[in-house]
Design a binder for this molecule. Structure first.
Ligand code: GN1
Length: 542
């Protein structure tokens, strides 16, 4: 491998030196012009990682996020489709923060040495990007890094984030008994469609579902899937809205999962009619939020990640009982501190399932979910999935059913394991899962809404002088630094009924986040504002 080739390629994608960057909650995030040099360096890291893993392919995704002007991201996907191993996040950070092209090339060779990577072996990187034009120059930086390091490179062009995770796993399991599916976008649709039909088991979906696609990549991809879905088999009636990807400026504008979750209301356009079942994806189709306007009360009701997790966990636990598997496999739910306290209580007390709390970011939830035979994980914002361990899948296939009901439950479990994306939270796959579960339970949204009542809550973004002053412990539920801040938060929380509040530095934005919940709306709002003031006070001046 040629040092000069790396230096020359790096010069084409200069990086604006500034503050040090860290591999955050979901990869590196920053304005597109800065991200170009970062993406080149992510390519170098991937060239090392694929070789370290014996040539298994590494995925790199350039993604859409909430603010198309400022907030762009690049992240690395490991061979089985899960997030980059944490130890390697540090190496990624080291490469990104190199001060010159020469230092970068030297650091690359030094890391190869340190990690005992054979640079003469072969490696492979596959890439995907969202619908924004900035993605084109970003993947060019990636492909230049691969060329300079003799790494095979395949550009899958525009994809949803979960599709790239799917493809990464498929490439690496091709021809193996553990093959995850056909390594193509068409293979992804085929797998979903066939598992969806099998999971429905002749049940019919009642009413239509309207999917707001945030004017992001989920729109065209969902339309692709719908081309092969046969509604006569399941009764699915899926209407796709906000699927215009030709105008990048309207991505996530007044629509999408993040809009619905943070504003706690439906997108203004098109406007849902009372009683209609709606859901929203986010810009790269890895988050999902359901909602409706209750025709009886005319009030807006949202089914966020916590609700989707409880729905999935209760259905799968019922199937376990029906299949005679109780006690044989462990089901658990993984949440973050942002999960509504009422959902946690419902899972522990009503469903009688264990709950684990991890730091923010699906990489943490995913790893914790792997510790269960069936691990249901969702962030409150609608990002999550259900992981079925290989042992669990084998048991469903092998166990001899004692009755037609057991056979039915075992086959439904098997189909769910195929339908639900096993690599990462996938809004399209999760949406089909929700439709399957509602149809099996014979539930309308009212039934789903009645399972428990959310505690009123408020999430506030607080700009501070230095967010890095804020360090947390206890799965981000407490501040260890700055000294004194947590005591003040504790004293404030005590003054409210059924209250909980915490603060942490965002891993994707230059700000802190404060979450508060309490018995009433006004108490939750008031508490959030008080804690935000404490954070501001300790935040090192704006
Ligand atoms: C409160 C919240 O929604 N935080 C989001 C947000 O992370 P922050 O580290 O809070 O900025 O972006 C992450 C990546 O999309 C997502 O995983 C996470 O849930």
């Amino acid at each position: 491998m040629d040092r000069n080739a790396i230096i020359e390629a790096s010069k084409k994608h200069d990086i604006v030196p500034g503050k040090p960057y860290k591999y955050g909650t979901a990869g590196f995030r920053m304005a597109a012009d800065l991200l170009e040099g970062v993406t080149f360096r992510v390519g170098l890291l991937s060239a090392l990682r694929t070789r370290k893993l014996g040539g298994q392919a590494i995925g790199v995704m350039v993604t859409a996020s909430h603010n198309p002007a400022k907030d762009n991201g690049v992240k690395i996907v490991d061979p089985m489709g899960d997030m980059l191993e944490q130890e390697w996040e540090v190496f990624a950070t080291d490469l990104v923060n190199c001060s010159s092209h020469e230092v970068l090339a030297d650091t690359f060779f030094k890391l190869a040495d340190q990690l005992k990577v054979d640079l003469s072996s072969s490696g492979k990187v596959i890439a995907g990007r969202d619908t924004r034009p900035s993605g084109i120059t970003l993947v060019q930086a990636l492909s230049d890094a691969c060329a300079a390091t003799n790494t095979a490179y395949v550009d899958y062009k525009i994809l949803t984030t979960p599709q790239l995770h799917y493809l990464t796993r498929c490439v690496n399991t091709e021809g193996l008994p553990s093959s995850y599916g056909e390594t193509s976008e068409a293979g992804y649709y085929k797998k979903l469609n066939s598992a969806f039909e099998r999971a429905m088991r002749g049940k019919r979906i009642s009413g239509s579902v309207t999917v707001d696609c945030a004017n992001g990549v989920g729109g065209p991809k969902l339309n692709e899937l719908l081309k092969i879905v046969d509604p006569s088999k399941t009764g699915i009636d899926c209407k796709v809205v906000n699927d215009d990807v030709l105008k990048p400026e309207i991505l996530n504008l007044d629509c999408g999962a993040d809009f619905v979750k943070t504003r706690q209301r439906a997108p203004p356009n098109p406007k849902p009619q009372p009683g209609d079942r709606w859901c929203s994806l986010d810009g790269d189709a890895d988050r999902l939020i359901y909602y409706w306007v209750d025709p009886d009360t005319s009030s807006f009701f949202m089914f966020d990640g916590d609700r989707i997790a409880t729905l999935a966990a209760s259905f799968i636990a019922d199937l376990f009982r029906a299949a005679g598997l109780e006690g044989e496999l462990r089901i658990g739910v993984v949440q973050t501190a942002y999960a509504n306290g009422a959902s946690t209580k419902y899972i522990e007390k009503h469903l009688q399932l264990p709950v684990v709390c991890t730091p923010t970011g699906v990489k943490h939830l995913h790893h914790a979910a792997c510790n269960f035979d069936i691990g249901v994980y969702f962030e409150a914002n609608g990002h999550g999935t259900v992981l079925f361990s290989p042992d669990a899948m084998q048991l469903f296939a092998k166990k001899a059913p004692q009755s037609p009901a057991q056979k039915d439950a075992l086959e439904t479990l098997q189909a769910l394991g195929e339908l639900i994306n096993q690599t990462v939270g996938d809004a399209i796959s999760d949406m089909l899962m929700v439709e399957v579960i509602l149809a099996h339970k014979g539930w309308g949204l009212k039934d789903w809404a009645m399972t428990y009542q959310d505690l009123p809550n408020r999430l506030v973004r607080v700009e501070v002088g230095d967010k890095d002053l804020f360090q947390t412990t206890d799965a981000e539920r407490k501040l260890s630094h700055p000294a004194g801040a947590q005591d003040e938060i504790d004293q404030t929380v005590k003054k409210y009924t059924n209250a909980r509040s915490f603060a942490r530095a965002s891993g994707t934005e230059n700000a802190c986040r404060v979450y508060a919940e309490a018995a009433t709306r006004s108490e939750a709002d008031d508490l959030a504002n008080k804690v935000a003031l404490i954070v501001k006070q300790y935040g090192g001046g704006a």
